[in-house]
Design a protein around this ligand. Structure first.
Ligand code: AMP
Length: 283
């Protein structure tokens, strides 16, 4: 069975999604215009589509797997399951007001016109909060809507926050936190081919947060070093050739632990420390 994966063909998620597929081991050539491209080394077809079409294409069986943002999954209301978070495209769907406004809470949005490209998610959020608002759906240029008099306030995606600031807007509340995710149909989780594709993609995501570390150390330092970098179960300890008690120690460590761990390893007796990236990691 050919597995079809729908990925964004342009926009913010496109480059990272394409890189993720390639690092997962899927080989393909992406033409300028081709909508559908077969993988060269696997029974996989890649569909390049708009990010906001991905949830519906998966739900309606056109694609088996999709890569898109959580915000777009929520907005679509499509019946899909998030199989894993992909660690890119992070942003928040944020309710914001013009800087000069004195609104500081969600309750004060009552009676306001809210411009947004996420009308469903926005309406659901305010209904859930019990706050009565008018949603003004827009496809783009949401952040200028208050200036144009189309709306009083907005709900829009924010990553750094600088675009909002530039447009004279102040964030008041986070409606949802988003990042790119892999989605499947709820009944697809037992399909081994779909599962294999998900596992390969998530192994790349997991590997990004880890580093492979190698070092030499005197035999008597092994316990101290193992305590610092226990790795998955325990580090590998390999004897060195020649007339020495020194050993080579191999382990994996979380990338964000390295800043603390490297000087501690040196202090514990390690030398010749190498830190290597990991391409894929499967527990
Ligand atoms: P596109 O409209 O194709 O560029 O894709 C937009 C998607 O990228 C959104 O639906 C989000 O999931 C994600 N994204 C991440 N950061 C941002 C941001 N600052 N603004 C808009 N979209 C973002």
């Amino acid at each position: 069975m050919t597995i079809r994966i729908a990925v964004p063909n342009k926009g913010r998620l496109e480059a990272s999604a394409t890189t993720l597929l390639r690092t997962s081991g899927i080989r393909f050539e992406k033409g300028e215009r081709a909508l559908s491209v077969p993988a060269k080394n696997a029974d996989i077809e890649i569909l390049f589509v708009r990010a906001d079409d991905v949830p519906q294409l998966v739900a309606s069986n056109v694609a088996d797997v999709g890569i898109t943002g959580i915000d777009l999954v929520t907005e679509s209301g499509a019946d899909v399951t998030i199989a894993g978070e992909l660690g890119f495209g992070s942003c928040t769907l944020t309710a914001a007001v013009p800087t000069r406004s004195d609104i500081t809470s969600v309750a004060e949005f009552a009676g306001k016109r809210i411009a947004t490209a996420h009308p469903n998610a926005t309406a659901a959020y305010f209904a859930d909060q019990g706050v009565d608002v008018t949603v003004v759906p827009l496809r783009g240029a949401v952040e200028v809507a208050p200036k144009l008099g189309i709306a009083d306030v907005i709900v829009d995606l924010v990553s750094s926050g600088s675009t909002m600031l530039t447009n004279g807007l102040r964030p008041v509340a986070t409606i949802l936190e988003s990042q790119a995710v892999a989605i499947i149909r709820p009944d697809a989780s037992n399909n081994p081919e779909i599962q294999r594709l998900i596992t390969m993609m998530l192994s790349v995501v997991a590997a990004k947060t880890m580093r492979y570390v190698l070092m030499n150390a005197p035999g008597e330092s092994v316990d101290d070093i193992a305590a610092l970098i226990p790795g998955l179960d325990a580090p590998s300890v390999v004897p060195l050739s020649g007339d020495t008690d020194d050993v080579a120690i191999h382990s994996v460590v979380r990338a964000d632990r390295l800043w603390d761990a490297l000087p501690q390893l040196k202090e514990a007796g390690a030398s010749g420390i190498l830190v290597l990236p990991i391409q894929q990691f499967i527990a």
